[in-house]
Design a protein around this ligand. Structure first.
Ligand code: CP
Length: 299
């Protein structure tokens, strides 16, 4: 039997794979959900997929659910509280049982960092796994959607993008930092805490705004703070994005905290890409699922 395949880290992505996925994603997006469903009924379905979410989600879980349905598959909303995980069964045993039940894939949002990578190392499991966010670790399918959203709108290579906010606790930021510089993005940070990286860091919002083509804004990730991290919220008062310079774009992975990370009138600003990111996330995830279900792999 083959081993568990899947996408668990942005480090598993490179330009060639992204170019392939962008082409597939664009095709799926141009086709649209309804037509995809009609086509999937006569083509091969992506099968049955367990959505195992240990943390809340709106965008990621709904987009996986919709993508699986559009590709002729069935998503099982795996209810952790009513599962045998509550009786002490491990997540590894759970995966082995889902394999015996002949499921095709697992989408996992875990509160524990690196759990998707650990599970991908399981042997003799004929399924695939996708990391839908692991603690403050990574969120690879978010950055796939965001990358494609930029490629489709203003382009990626050479663009000056600054990530603003709670970089330290953001799995999205960690995946962006892994990926975007390797794709030619001039990536800078305006972090709220003492986050250390080799990237250029700004000290003020004004500096970031003067320099950047795109402001990529993060909410305070308070669910992952320790008691000493509450100071982070105070520093948001200096970095709330209230306006955009001419030709400057706004991105955010969501959820946004209006009035804290951006002002409410920016959500639907003509150069806000926030809702476009969500739509590209839907079709980017559909492309990853289709690729994996047809035998592809990452990393
Ligand atoms: N961006 C993102 O992961 O949003 P959700 O937590 O709503 O899925």
């Amino acid at each position: 039997m083959v081993d568990l395949r899947g996408l668990v880290s942005s480090k598993d992505l490179n330009k060639d794979k992204l170019d392939f996925l962008f082409s597939l994603t664009s095709h799926l997006k141009n086709t649209g959900k309804s037509k995809l469903l009609q086509d999937s009924l006569i083509e091969q379905s992506v099968g049955t997929v367990a959505l195992i979410f240990q943390e809340p989600s709106t965008r990621t879980k709904t987009s996986f659910n919709e993508a699986i349905f559009a590709l002729g598959g069935r998503a099982i909303d795996f209810n952790i509280k009513n599962s045998s995980l509550t009786k002490g069964e491990s997540i590894e045993e759970t995966v082995l049982n889902l394999n015996s039940l002949e499921l095709d894939g697992i989408v996992l949002r875990s509160s524990e960092e690196f759990l998707p990578s650990q599970l991908k190392a399981l042997n003799d499991v004929d399924m695939w796994i996708i990391n839908a966010g692991d603690g403050k670790g990574e969120h690879p399918t978010q950055v796939i959607g965001d990358t494609f959203c930029l490629m489709d709108s203003i382009g990626l290579s050479g663009k000056k993008i600054t990530i603003i906010g709670d970089v330290e606790h953001s799995r999205v930021a960690h995946s962006l930092i892994n990926l975007w510089p390797s794709l030619g993005v001039d990536l800078s940070l305006l972090p709220t805490s003492s986050f250390k990286s080799d990237l250029n860091s700004f000290d003020t919002l004004q500096e970031a705004q003067d320099y950047s083509d795109v402001l990529y804004v993060l909410r305070p990730q308070s669910e992952r703070w320790s008691s000493t991290d509450t100071e982070i919220l105070k520093s948001y008062s200096d970095i709330t994005v209230n306006s955009l310079n001419e030709n400057q774009y706004l991105m955010a992975p969501g959820p946004v905290m209006l009035g804290v990370d951006i002002s409410s009138d920016l959500l639907k600003h003509e150069r806000s890409l926030i809702f476009n990111q969500v739509n590209w996330g839907l079709y980017g995830r559909a492309a990853v699922i289709k690729y994996l279900s047809e035998g592809g792999n990452f990393g």
